[in-house]
Write a protein that binds this ligand. Structure first.
Ligand SMILES: [Zn+2]
Length: 305
């Protein structure tokens, strides 16, 4: 599982994506900045990884809150150049809280400055290594991955994890092509001869074929039942909210699932449950999965933030 000396992976939990720090002979760079509420921790980890160097360049794989939530704080500390995928730039410029899954999903991020954009096909030199930006639509229509053919390392963000991938949000909200895009992205990865994947969440891994098999099987199960994907999405977002808030009053959950746009829209489209029944279903399922527990009238998370 050897990483080049110029590449450091700061493995985070679920609220913050992993951060990848590049220190070569040229510019220093960072891929993805974590969640906003973790910004002090992210700045401390980054300063440690940079060992006194300044940060020249910040790059995002996509603009969900757990990948770009630290951008503003990092720009404030380092005045670094910031580059994002061109498809995301339009949404960030408009600060589209629905398309960026921010207020719509009860998530937060501070607005940040964009210095330049890049398209799939661009080559970025990070840590003295050339990385190809590859389109990775599915979980996020405008997302990119970075691949080094020389090192055979893939920075996959949320397109492939050791066990699964990021929720295919676009399919749930009317983009009928997102399942097919997810499949095409997985097939792109399968064609690359990847030795090591640095995912957006979880540890770097080398068993790429097995991870792809699990990902294809998961995709098929969602294609068979979009309701399954809707339920999965609601659970993922509730765990994210729990990690963000640290705990939530159980009595307030029915009102919560009514008030958050994603929850209300998914329930209306796919599940059609009463808010009380939906809240109880989600809590019971998270308990059974060992992701949360009831404690004195509160729901508390059991996974690492
Ligand atoms: Zn994401």
């Amino acid at each position: 599982m050897k990483l080049p000396a110029s590449v450091q992976v700061l493995e985070r939990g679920w609220l913050s994506s992993n951060n990848i720090v590049f220190r070569g002979t040229g510019e220093t760079a960072l891929v993805d900045s974590g969640y906003g509420s973790h910004a002090p921790q992210t700045l401390a980890l980054l300063a440690h990884a940079l060992a006194g160097a300044r940060l020249d360049w910040l790059v995002n794989t996509h603009c969900h809150s757990d990948h770009m939530g630290g951008n503003r704080a990092i720009q404030g500390r380092y005045q670094c150049r910031t580059s994002i995928p061109s498809g995301e730039a339009r949404l960030v410029e408009a600060w589209d809280e629905k398309a960026l899954m921010l207020g719509f999903a009860d998530q937060r991020a501070e607005r940040f400055r964009i210095d330049d954009e890049f398209d799939a096909g661009a080559v970025l030199n990070l840590g003295d290594i050339d990385w190809q930006a590859l389109a990775a639509p599915g979980h996020d229509t405008n997302a990119v991955m970075f691949y080094s053919p020389e090192e055979r390392i893939l920075i996959s963000a949320d397109a492939l994890w050791e066990n699964g991938f990021g929720v295919i949000f676009p399919q749930l909200f009317g983009r009928d092509t997102a399942f097919a895009e997810t499949r095409a992205t997985l097939e792109t990865i399968a064609r690359l001869n990847v030795r090591l994947v640095i995912p957006g969440h979880g540890r770097p891994f080398t068993e790429v074929g097995a991870a792809l098999e699990r990902a294809f099987a998961r995709l098929e199960s969602y294609e068979t039942s979009i309701e399954r994907l809707a339920r999965h999405c609601l659970k993922v977002l509730l765990v994210f909210a729990l990690l963000d808030k640290r705990s939530m009053p159980l009595a307030g959950l029915p009102a919560y699932v009514q008030s958050v746009g994603v929850c209300a829209e998914l329930n209306a489209r796919y599940l059609r449950m009463t808010p009380e029944a939906l809240a109880e279903y989600l809590v019971a399922d998270l308990e059974e999965a060992g992701a949360a527990r009831r404690d004195n009238g509160m729901l508390v998370p059991l996974v690492a933030a």
